[in-house]
Design a protein around this ligand. Structure first.
Ligand code: KG4
Ligand code: ZN
Length: 359
């Protein structure tokens, strides 16, 4: 394969609270711009849709210019535009899609519509940012399917059977809150700000994970689904009870609470993972989503996989587990070669609730 055959893709993700634009080539990337809105949403304790839409609107053009500049490419070097079509926040998705349609039309480029969850699943394949190396494309041929994909984020917690690129089956998912959402809500009860996942991880490192007990959910249910709303309520009740007992809410208390609560949130995942691997065969396991940045979660998953003689693959950099446009670009690379282009660009609509199994 010659250098020219690997397309340059300009990818956009505005699914939630990050305006992200990347220039990718194969499984590597030349730039990755993330304009974060975390500060704007902090006061609301969650993502406020109208504020997100306004911020995406303000950030989209500068993010595109910076992504092209950092990549050292011009508009005319780009071979295709890729954009997240869903799932995500409808007003946020709208901004990225509108921009992508305009770029594709004005520059006469193919447009590729990407499922955000497929992006998180394939993020494990992103290769280090460096001058293009053709080895990075060859490794894909060595992948043995089926692969188990695990996406643990603020909006999703899913186990996905990957039969091949583009061929996915959901084998388990949360029936209520996602794991990240649960951590964020409990973090809010402890005044840890929003989002709380990484603050909980930091505090948990100094805490005793055996200090407080929580019930492991869904152990009697014979499927691979997850549930976090009961755990969230258990945390709320425990905090209330401890406050009534006049327990001092000092750093040691919060660290112990975070360590214990984080542990049960992750134990729920590894308990179900172990169940899956006892019943089904996979050759590889790929982990993605914002919560996948957590070292305790990774270690617990690795420990479980070891029992089944499997290794864990995640994005080589923690920031690539969270929302980013690189994962959208590398995912669109497959679609580019299959010519999965949007047929009628004008009519492309956002799909806020789009399952990976409906590709
Ligand atoms: O994938 P992501 O960036 O956005 C969604 O698609 O949801 O994930 C965001 C979620 C938030 O709930 C955040 O608290 C959580 O990922 N998160 C973490 C960590 N970093 C981010 N959770 C646990 N430990 C972390 N280090
Ligand atoms: Zn996401």
């Amino acid at each position: 394969m010659t250098k020219k055959e690997l397309p340059f893709i300009l990818a956009i993700d505005t699914s939630c609270d990050e305006t992200s634009v990347a220039v990718t080539q194969g499984y590597t990337y030349k730039s990755n711009v993330i304009a974060s809105q975390v500060q704007l949403h902090k006061n609301y304790g969650g993502v406020y849709p109208t504020v997100a839409k306004q911020a995406h609107h303000k950030n989209i053009n500068p993010s595109i210019s910076i992504a092209l500049k950092r990549a050292g490419v011009k508009n005319s070097d780009i071979d295709a535009i890729a954009v997240t079509q869903g799932p995500g926040l409808a007003p946020a998705l709208e901004i990225g899609i509108k921009k992508a349609k305009q770029l594709a039309t004005d520059n006469h480029l193919p447009l590729i519509a990407i499922n955000h969850i497929e992006g998180h699943v394939l993020s494990a394949l992103i290769q280090p940012q460096k001058p293009i190396n053709y080895q990075s494309v060859k490794f894909i041929k060595k992948i043995r399917f089926p692969v188990l994909g695990i996406v643990i984020s603020g909006g999703h917690s899913e186990f996905i059977k990957i039969n091949n690129f583009g061929n996915y089956e959901k084998i388990g998912q949360t029936i209520d809150d996602a794991a990240g959402e649960c951590l964020d809500k409990v973090g809010r009860m402890l005044n840890l700000g929003y989002p709380a996942g990484s603050a909980i991880e930091k505090l948990a490192k100094k805490g005793n994970r055996n200090k407080y007990e929580f019930p492991l959910p869904m152990t009697k249910v014979h499927n691979f689904n997850l549930s976090y709303s009961g755990l969230k309520t258990a945390a709320k009740n425990k905090i209330k009870q401890l406050k009534q007992q006049k327990v001092t809410m000092d750093t040691q208390f919060i660290s112990d609470f975070c360590a214990s609560f984080q542990e049960i949130v992750f134990e729920h995942i590894t308990y179900k993972l172990n169940k899956i691997l006892k019943q089904q065969n996979f050759h590889e396991v790929w982990l993605g989503g914002g919560v996948a940045a957590n070292i305790r979660l990774r270690n617990k998953i690795r420990f479980t996989l070891k029992k089944h003689d499997l290794k864990l693959k995640t994005a080589y950099k923690k920031t690539l587990c969270q929302d980013n446009a690189v994962m959208i670009g590398i995912t669109s690379y497959h679609h580019y070669f299959k010519k999965n282009f949007v047929k009628n660009i004008k009519q492309l609509e956002r799909i806020p609730r789009w399952s990976i199994t409906d590709l």
